[in-house]
Design a protein around this ligand. Structure first.
Ligand SMILES: Nc1ncnc2c1ncn2[C@@H]1O[C@H](COP(=O)(O)OP(=O)(O)OP(=O)(O)O)[C@@H](O)[C@H]1O
Length: 510
């Protein structure tokens, strides 16, 4: 049982770049039953002085651990069962948010075994919003107070690949490094939350955004003039990361955020977390622990690229043959939840912290100021797209509903939860099928972007003439084929593209 004399340490020491806190989740009714009511004394929390003699630390020990192993579970603080998301937020996260507006980067990661409370902590519920929802609400409130504007991106990192979750096709995003060594995710969509007067309870709205608001305005980042080079993500052999990035900038009244022409351009949206959630849930093994840890890493602006701190440079192109499927995690003892909690310094990236372990799942929220990106973003040609949404399940899509910026209301943002759909067999099948389709399309496009003429000619539906067109297009434009619509550049109609993809998929079962 946790000791009650440990008081939370407010997160105010900015010289400490990483703060690691644990959170104890109580037993569920089912777990209590399986323990026959013997749930006491399974964990103990000891308060003591840190190595420097002044800071306070806690050491967490499990009853079945040896004394030597207990020493390893030292961290900055531990929240107990009765301490809610609001308290964790106000103690750990809120003090950092003003730093984001000063150009610093803040990353919050929940790490722990399946069922340990990561989602509860980061996402929360409508009634009890999690850290992400509370952080977004706080950012929006500060934006309003300080007359700034924000844009939000949502992407998922799976092994070496980054996928744009705001774009309904979940395209892979190129990871580039500019001349100053700052990491850029090329083409990553940005949604501009609308601050509603009279983005309405902000907390409520932020919570909905976090859980997958059904309508978004996305702005695609176009060409930048900055010099860039490609980088590759370090492999996270058994984990995945999903990230919400909020960039903050001063409003530029002279330049509208999107062109009027493009606001009626419609693409169909999908719940933010649907596919990722489903995949992670269905593919993870049944390991459980009662601890979720929240790691905060504070990266000062001069460090460079904190929204993806685990990036490593590679001279060659990113390997294209890694599939988007998630690895199976293994049955893990409770203590593994702590084994990755190494201090992160400027020299020690997040991937260093986890690469020797078998992470089960991480949920990751990154807030960063766009002030560090001014050089690049000043050249962005923003292209707004309005997204519609799925109303009943995954297959019934609402089409042709435009959503002009000035008509955004709370009603438009109401979310119909697809969580249950994603967790029932038909929902799982539907999501996996859609993931398969996405992977196939992405791999096909990658092939078109890199294959030789001979290889292209050998692909069904391409032939000599189109192979030449593809090569010409590749020479003419630095932009790779990013979606099937781009194939119109090589003289294929939408119908032909569809037919071609059917053949490609059909070949798999022939
Ligand atoms: N601090 C908490 N207080 C009360 N209930 C909690 C707490 N943390 C988690 N729970 C409950 O425990 C269950 C598992 O939590 P949650 O889904 O957040 O775990 P998770 O780590 O995200 O799991 P997974 O890895 O499968 O996604 C949920 O029913 C959640 O409501």
């Amino acid at each position: 049982m946790a000791s009650s004399d440990v008081k939370p340490t407010p997160c105010s020491n900015l010289s400490q770049k990483v703060r690691i806190v644990a959170r104890i989740r109580g037993f569920t009714d089912q777990e209590s039953k399986s323990l026959n009511g013997d749930s006491a004394r399974w964990i103990s929390v000891h308060k003591h002085k840190g190595d420097d003699g002044s800071s306070e630390k806690v050491t967490i020990a499990f009853e079945n651990q040896s004394a030597s192993h207990r020493d390893a579970n030292e961290m900055d603080y531990c929240y107990e069962q009765n301490e809610d998301n609001g308290l964790v937020f106000s103690r750990e996260i809120k003090p950092l948010i003003s730093n984001v507006f000063d150009g610093q980067h803040v990353t919050i990661i929940a790490y722990g075994a399946r069922g340990s409370g990561k989602t509860y902590t980061i996402q929360g519920t409508e009634e009890k919003p999690g850290l992400a929802a509370l952080a977004i609400a706080e950012v929006l409130s500060m934006v309003k107070d300080n007359e700034k504007s924000v844009a939000i991106s949502l992407y998922e990192v799976i092994q070496d690949h980054v996928y744009d979750l705001l774009d309904p096709t979940h395209p892979e995003v190129q990871v580039l490094e500019d001349a100053q060594g700052r990491i850029k995710l090329k083409g990553l969509s940005q949604a501009k939350p609308i601050v509603l007067s009279r983005s309405i309870c902000t907390t409520n709205l932020a919570s909905r955004s976090c859980q997958g608001a059904n309508r978004f305005f996305t702005s695609s980042m176009k060409k930048t003039k900055a010099s860039v080079k490609r980088v590759v993500l370090s492999s996270l052999p058994k984990g995945k990361l999903g990230s919400v990035s909020a960039s903050v900038k001063k409003p530029t009244s002279s330049r509208p955020h999107f062109s009027e022409k493009n606001t009626s351009h419609l693409i169909k949206g999908r719940k933010l977390y649907d596919e990722g959630n489903n995949l992670s849930s269905s593919m993870q093994a049944e390991s459980r622990s009662n601890i979720a840890s929240v790691m905060q890493s504070r990266f000062l602006s001069d460090i460079g690229a904190p929204s993806l701190p685990y990036l490593q440079e590679e001279e060659t192109l990113i390997s294209d043959d890694v599939s988007a499927s998630l690895p199976m995690s293994e049955e893990k003892p409770i203590s593994d939840a702590f084994s990755a909690m190494l201090p992160i310094t400027e020299e020690t990236s997040l991937v260093n912290a986890v690469e020797d372990t078998k992470p089960i799942e991480e949920k990751h929220v990154s807030l960063y100021s766009e002030s560090n990106q001014s050089e690049v973003t000043s050249n962005i040609d923003e292209n707004m797209k309005a997204l519609t949404y799925l109303e009943d399940g995954y297959n019934k899509e609402k089409e042709n509903k435009s959503l002009p910026m000035n008509e955004v209301t709370e009603q438009n943002l109401i979310v119909k939860d697809k969580w249950e759909v994603a967790h029932c067999p038909s929902g799982a099948f539907s999501a996996r099928r859609s993931g398969f389709k996405h992977s196939l399309v992405q791999d096909y496009l990658k092939f078109l972007n890199s294959a030789s003429k001979e290889e292209l000619k050998g692909l069904r539906g391409i032939g000599e003439k189109r192979a030449s067109y593809i090569l010409e297009r590749r020479e003419e434009s630095p932009e790779p084929f990013k979606d099937l619509d781009d194939l119109k550049d090589i003289g294929l109609s939408a119908k032909q593209i569809k037919g071609m993809m059917k053949k490609v998929a059909g070949d798999l079962f022939s």
